[in-house]
Design a protein around this ligand. Sequence first.
Ligand SMILES: NC(=O)c1ccc[n+]([C@@H]2O[C@H](COP(=O)([O-])OP(=O)(O)OC[C@H]3O[C@@H](n4cnc5c(N)ncnc54)[C@H](OP(=O)(O)O)[C@@H]3O)[C@@H](O)[C@H]2O)c1
Length: 261
Amino acid sequence: MIDYQGKWALITGASSGIGEAFARELAKRGAHLVLVARRKDKLHKLATELMGRYQIEVDVLPIDLASIQGAYQVYIEVQKLSRSIDILINNAGFGVSGKLQETSLEKNQDLILLNVLSVSNLTQLFLPEIIKKKNGMIINVASTAAFQPTPYMSTYGASKAFVLSFTEALWAEYHQEGIHILALCPGPVDTEFFKVMGGDEALLLKRDNPQSVVKAALEGISQDKSYVIPGPKRNYWLTHLSRFVPRKMVAKISERILRPR
Ligand SMILES: NC(=O)c1ccc[n+]([C@@H]2O[C@H](COP(=O)([O-])OP(=O)(O)OC[C@H]3O[C@@H](n4cnc5c(N)ncnc54)[C@H](OP(=O)(O)O)[C@@H]3O)[C@@H](O)[C@H]2O)c1
C-alpha cells in the first residue's frame, strides 16, 4: 500500500469532475494539495472545505494552462510557495465536437495547448523532483478515445493518443527508478466534460462516476500499471478490439459510432 500521508500532490483541472475527485480522495488519504484550474472561486471553496475536514494544507493556483507559458507559471508559483511535489496529476482537459471545418480553430488550438503541451511541459518541469521522491508519481489523464481515431472529435482523440503514448514511454523509461507513472483512460464519466464540449446527445452514454475512476487509478498505481481503463469490461474490450482490425476499418467504424444523429 502506498502511503499518501504528508505528500504534496499537484492536480490540474481540480475545480470539477475527475480532478476534484482526485483532490477529495488524496485529501482523505492525508496528502497536501496544490490545486490548479481557471475558476478561482471553485478552487478556494474546495480548498477551504478540505482543509476544514482533514489535517492538510491546500494551495490554489488559478492559472490558464491553455497557453505556452501556463505550465511555467505553475512551476514558478510552486517554487515561490516552497512546495516540493511528490505527485503530479495532469488532468485538465476538454473536448471539441464537430466536423473539423465546422469547429473553431482557436478552440482546437487551446485544446492542443491544454491537453498536449501543458501535460508534456508540466511533466518535464516536475519530473526531476518527483524522481528524487520515494513513491513519487505522475498520473496523466488520457481517455478510451486514445486508442483509435475519434471522427467528429478529431483533435480530442489525437490529443489523448499523445497522452497515452507519452505516458507509456515515460513508464518504460522510469518505472525501474521507483517512480509510478500511469495513463488513466476512462470511458464516459459523469462530469462537466460533455456540457463544456457541447455537441451531440448520442454521447450521453451510460457514464461512470469520477470517484470510482480515481480509485481505479490509485489501484493501478499501487500495482505499477502503465495504464488503466476503469469502468465496465466493455471499455477495455472495445479499445483493444482496434488492434485486430485494419486501421481504415477502425476509422470507419468509429465514424459510424460517433456520427452526429
Ligand atoms: N468526462 C469524461 O467522459 C472523460 C472521459 C475520458 C477522459 N476524460 C478526461 O478527464 C479529464 C478531466 O475532465 P472531466 O471529465 O473531469 O471534465 P470537467 O468536469 O469539465 O473538468 C475539466 C477540468 O479542467 C479544467 N480546465 C479546463 N480548461 C482549463 C484551462 N485552460 N486551464 C486550466 N484548467 C482548465 C477545468 O477547470 P476550469 O474551467 O476552472 O479551468 C476543470 O477543472 C480531461 O482531461 C478529460 O479529457 C474525461
